[in-house]
Design a binder for this molecule. Structure first.
Ligand SMILES: *Cc1c(COP(=O)(O)O)cnc(C)c1O
Length: 373
């Protein structure tokens, strides 16, 4: 699905030197590279504060802890997402309230949000899924009207941005109260292990986020609030500093590959390509299509027989996971979410796609789908 090896070969000199410097100075924890990376990412995203942490799941947890949400508070989130988004809500004993997504762009259906708001609702957590921005302008308007926090789960869409109706552009993750991201190796900006970050334009909140991520302390050994221990290690920060200058090129390569897929599958009766929303600069963390009139699982099996990897993101939506049975969610309540789990399929997309490989994927995918239609 990804080719991290070829990507590394192209930047080997920079990455190796950066990592060697960390080892030579043995500043493995909170070395200067961590703060430098945070500053560089702030300037890339045009956001006031970036607080690095250990991974994207921690970033979500730290964000929610910093808002002082209380057990029983309700958080509106999609069910069609990576499970971490919802897991953190449950871990903090908050109540997830699942919002339907749109069938063509896979992100939160903004027309469904207001119906879910109750006096207990405290936050909305939109997910910029597969690299496409959720429709932030209406989400922010709803949040403002009902006085809710917005935490953008930006694990899949760093490098992408949203265009508001007045033409203003803002980086994904910088529009709400906070944004969170993951530097898992296969993400659009991936390190060589685990990493994550929280970002915000709110200076007071940034202080709180730093405290939460650092054992609830502002000063060493003075623990003011309950926190956790979540750090980006210096070696990962060094890798990320070497890779950040390439992020736009990486996103462009993904967009180019997506365009080639789009053209290859255009007007196919059984393959629906991802909708490109005008407001979103899509950075294709995944290239995900929906299949109709064919058995998706058989298509996947036949793809693997000709050596083409594919993935199902995600096979079981959050509201159907065993741990949420206790919430008594009824089957069929999220019709589109339930439909998507049986119809989505993601094809390989990464920064190193070559035309020949992609042509092989496109022609075989079409051949297989046609043979089963
Ligand atoms: C990857 C991912 C996360 C979690 O990130 P980790 O670094 O693996 O903890 C959270 N949300 C979404 C949408 C993701 O894709």
């Amino acid at each position: 699905m990804v080719d991290l090896k070829s990507q590394y070969q192209k930047i080997k000199k920079e990455v190796d030197a950066a990592m060697q410097e960390v080892i030579d100075t043995t500043a493995f924890i909170n070395g200067p590279q961590v703060g430098l990376f945070a500053k560089e990412l702030e300037s890339y995203l045009d956001v006031k504060h970036v607080i690095p942490c250990a991974n994207g799941t921690d970033a979500l947890q730290i964000a929610m802890m910093a808002l002082n949400l209380q057990p029983g508070d309700e958080v509106i989130t999609p069910s069609h997402t990576y499970f971490a988004t919802v897991e953190v809500v449950a871990l903090l004993k908050l109540t997830p309230v699942f919002c339907e997504v749109s069938q063509d762009n896979f992100t939160m259906n903004v027309d469904e949000i207001e119906k879910l708001i109750t006096p207990k609702t405290k936050a909305i957590v939109p997910v910029h899924l597969y690299g496409q921005s959720a429709d932030m302008e209406p989400i922010l308007a709803i949040a403002k009207k009902h006085n809710l926090f917005v935490i953008e789960d930006n694990a899949q869409a760093i490098g992408g941005y949203y265009t508001f109706s007045d033409g203003t552009k803002k980086a994904n993750g910088t529009m709400g109260t906070m944004g969170t991201t993951s530097f898992f190796p296969s993400k659009n900006l991936g390190c060589y292990g685990d990493g994550g970050a929280v970002y915000t334009n709110d200076t007071e909140l940034a202080e709180k986020i730093k405290m939460v991520a650092n054992h609830g302390q502002r000063k060493k050994y003075i623990h003011e609030i309950v926190g956790c221990n979540s750090r980006l290690d210096t070696l990962q920060a060094a890798v990320l500093r070497a890779k950040l200058p390439h992020l736009d090129t990486y996103c462009d390569a993904r967009r180019k590959a997506a365009k080639k897929y789009d053209e290859g599958f255009a007007n196919h009766p059984n393959i629906k390509t991802p909708k490109i929303e005008k407001y979103s600069h899509h950075v294709y963390h995944q290239y995900t299509v929906t299949l109709e009139g064919v058995n998706r699982d058989v298509v996947q099996q036949k793809l693997s027989e000709v050596g083409i990897p594919s993935m199902i993101y995600y096979p079981i939506p959050a509201h159907k996971q065993k741990m949420f049975e206790q919430l008594g969610m009824r089957n069929g309540e999220l019709k589109i979410t339930d439909w998507l789990k049986d119809h989505v399929i993601s094809l390989p997309i990464h920064t190193e796609m070559d035309d020949q490989t992609q042509e092989y994927i496109i022609s075989n995918f079409i051949k297989i789908v046609n043979s089963l239609a």
